[in-house]
Design a protein. Structure first.
Length: 133
């Protein structure tokens, strides 16, 4: 009834998430992103949903499109940390760990449960992070 209505893309985000339809989710995200002129929190939300689909590469691409400087919430850095650990991007993991611990006061009790932590703990970036603690 309302062709071209930008709110349709927002409604389709929910449907795509429920159906676990990555293609629909990304189409709706791209429409919403163009309509609002970019919103880093929308990127974080979509990256989180993609992560639950198991689409780690797509999630990282969407998250990276927001840029680190725009990840202004603890939740955004938490999602980024999980994704960078899983993708074995140790430099980015170090950056997000630093932000979470230094800016938000997060204390990690059992890090070994995180996918990718073992590999990170054997990296030069981990040694750098340990020195900061």
């Amino acid at each position: 009834q309302f062709p071209g209505d930008p709110s349709t893309a927002f409604i389709l985000l929910d449907l795509a998430a429920l159906k676990e339809d990555e293609e629909m989710l990304l189409r709706s995200f791209n429409s919403m992103d163009a309509w609002v002129g970019g919103d880093p929190l929308l990127n974080v939300m979509i990256a989180s949903i993609l992560s639950t689909f198991g689409s780690k590469e797509s999630a990282m691409a969407v998250l990276n499109a927001a840029g680190d400087g725009h990840l202004g919430t603890m939740d955004a850095h938490d999602i980024a940390l999980v994704l960078t650990l899983e993708s074995r991007d140790h430099t980015a993991t170090l950056r997000h760990l630093g932000t979470l611990t230094e800016s938000y006061g997060v204390e990690f009790e059992d890090r070994t449960a995180l996918d990718g932590w073992k590999e990170f703990s054997e990296s030069d970036q981990f040694a750098e992070w340990e020195e900061r603690q």
